[in-house]
Design a protein around this ligand. Structure first.
Ligand code: BTN
Length: 243
């Protein structure tokens, strides 16, 4: 397990994807600051050097069947580390981690393809550990409820300590998740979900219309089961929900 560190980089995900062939399996790429941090749905991810975490794992598992569940695994890992600070996070399907209904962590998983075959993934995560209040306010002005661990705790968070705990926890059960998929993390994941049986807004892509649905369950593959406005059950494989 290699740790590669950069002071400034465009995006740790972009770097890991560009250099995927040369980077060893399980390498963690960590940046203090990103000049072009990216989120899901082509959103930007605010990545100033504020002692936050900007990290991308290079993952090349032999068994690829459950690769899509690795984002959910990383959300569980992150929630567990946040809990060590006596803060109660929740997971918002598929892989956001929230505190007080506001986003504290986002995960972006991108595949590396060669001749149309998946070689592996770059699993990127940004965690707001030490955001200044005004930066959070700027993000919220864009209509994205956000928070940061320092604001919740009322003090600065030791980034190196958090990072060390996170890496240790991630590597600990990674092989089991690759082997067994969602089955292995199901309890840990579902026990941190708080929106089941509530009406939420489902958005399949950025800019797509938002549909009010009732979130019913997470199935054994980690997909979201919803009831649409007609009461018809649907399985959602990817998208976003707005609480
Ligand atoms: C989201 O939209 O919720 C996902 C945000 C992912 C941000 C992280 S920060 C490290 C890595 N590098 C990036 O450019 N993005 C991811």
């Amino acid at each position: 397990m290699k740790l590669l560190r950069f002071e400034t980089i465009d995006s740790s995900n972009t770097y890991a994807l560009k250099n995927f062939d040369e980077l060893e399996d399980l390498t963690a790429v960590v940046a203090d600051e990103q000049t072009a941090g990216r989120g899901r749905f082509d959103r930007t991810w605010v990545s100033d050097n504020c002692q936050n975490i900007y990290l991308s794992f290079v993952l090349k598992p032999e068994k690829k069947e459950y690769i899509a569940n690795l984002t959910q695994y990383l959300s569980v890992v992150t929630a567990k580390i946040i809990e060590t600070y006596n803060v109660k996070p929740q997971i918002k399907w598929p892989n956001d981690v929230l505190v007080n209904n506001k986003k504290i962590c986002g995960i972006l998983c991108e595949s590396s393809l060669k001749n149309n075959k998946i070689q592996g993934v770059v699993l990127g995560i940004g965690i707001n550990l030490n955001m200044p209040k005004n930066t959070i306010e700027e993000i919220e002005k864009m209509g994205r409820p956000a928070t940061s661990l320092n604001l919740k705790l009322g003090k600065k968070v030791d980034k190196e300590e958090f990072l060390e705990k996170l890496l240790k926890e991630f590597y600990q059960n990674y092989d089991k998740t690759v082997e067994h998929g969602f089955e292995f993390i199901k309890e840990d994941y579902k026990s941190r979900i708080e929106f089941l049986n509530k009406t939420v807004y489902l958005q399949l892509r950025d800019g797509a219309p938002k549909e009010a649905v009732v979130a019913k369950d997470i199935d054994n593959n980690g997909n979201l089961i919803v009831l649409d406005s007609q009461g018809v059950a649907k399985t959602v494989l990817s998208g976003d929900i707005i609480l």
